[in-house]
Design a protein around this ligand. Structure first.
Ligand SMILES: [Zn+2]
Length: 329
């Protein structure tokens, strides 16, 4: 056999196998998505998301304390209002007494070292369930949508969020949010993470269950990207990097590894996030339950693929598991 044919000598040992990646998963690369609801004492199981719950603010200390002890570095908050009065412009999104605003203030106090990102969108708070403000004919009215989203983002920053993360996919909202943060005195205090390439995916089902955010009519295909749209995704990534995003995100992750790799090349100087969404998480669990693979092995493989593609930050419901698993590695 020719010398150049032999590769196995380079990765025959468990330690030398760990040297084969350009990056390895660490605890600080994990961001844990948390659902905050308006019943302050809630701890409600979400049937479609194994092990995940909707939390009330009074339960956050008991829930997150042990995870912070284990090395949890960052969370991203999603509001799940169950009782508030929703309207056409999503007024409850930044109600100072609302669940997300209260959670930001409380978490800053409870866990001074925890990095707190907050999802910014209107769909959980609008009567129609869409991510923006609508024209009378039900189509998106871009300018008021972007203005409203920017003002919600600024409210979260003022409440103490370290990072605001708009997931609405309205055109021009990154520039508007960055402007609002700078003009409001938060330009140097708050990170702007853009859901830059967010695809219209079948994998959001369990999240919509969890957040109660399915639109009351139509769908989100006029603002979320078609799954085949590699070119559009590239344009959105380049645009958002140019409009002032501090972090670029691709969502979902597993079926879009090529887009993550594209983003790593298009915005090589930005941190690159990807969101292993609810349906991906549920799918990994379902396969393990069906005996297709071992849960932990598959969870690692799924996330290592994202790291290999170029992700430096991973939003995943597996975060609590990884905090334990990485200790055992
Ligand atoms: Zn939305």
């Amino acid at each position: 056999m020719d010398i150049s044919s032999i590769l196995q000598g380079g990765y025959q040992h468990p330690v030398s196998r760990t040297w084969q990646g350009r990056a390895t998963l660490t605890k600080s690369m994990l961001m844990y998505p948390i659902f905050i609801t308006d019943d302050a004492d809630a701890s409600t199981e979400i049937a479609s998301l194994p092990g995940q719950r909707r939390w009330g603010v009074n339960k956050l200390e008991g829930f997150l304390g042990p995870l912070v002890q284990k090395g949890l570095k960052s969370v991203i908050l999603f509001g799940v209002p169950m009782t508030c009065e929703k309207d056409a412009r999503g007024t409850p999104a930044d109600d100072p007494a609302g669940p997300v605003m209260s959670a930001i203030v409380l978490l800053r106090k409870l866990f001074p070292d925890l990095y707190i990102a907050v999802d910014v969108c209107l769909c959980e708070y609008t009567s129609h369930g869409h991510c923006g403000v609508l024209h009378d004919d039900g189509t998106i009215n871009t300018e008021p949508s972007v203005a409203r989203i920017a003002s919600v983002a600024l409210s979260y920053a003022k409440a103490g969020a370290h990072c605001v993360a708009p997931s609405d996919m309205m055109d021009g909202r990154i520039k508007a949010i960055k402007r609002a943060l700078i003009d409001g005195g938060y330009g140097n205090k708050c990170t702007l993470m853009s859901y830059a390439a967010k695809f219209a995916s079948a994998l959001y089902g369990p999240f919509r269950d969890a957040a109660g955010s399915a639109p009351s009519f139509g769908n989100r295909k006029c603002y979320q990207l078609p799954p085949s749209a590699r070119g559009l995704a590239r344009r959105a990534i380049t645009r958002d990097a140019g409009e002032g995003a501090d972090i670029i995100m691709v969502k979902p992750a597993m079926p879009y590894l090529d887009i993550i790799a594209d983003a790593a090349r298009l915005a090589p100087d930005h941190p690159l996030a990807c969101y292993q969404v609810s349906g991906e998480f549920a799918m990994v669990h379902a396969g393990a339950r069906a005996g297709v693979y071992d849960l932990r092995t598959m969870a690692f493989e799924s996330v290592e693929g994202m790291v290999r593609a170029g992700a430096t930050l991973i939003l995943t419901y597996f975060t609590p598991d990884f905090l334990s698993w990485l200790d055992e590695e």
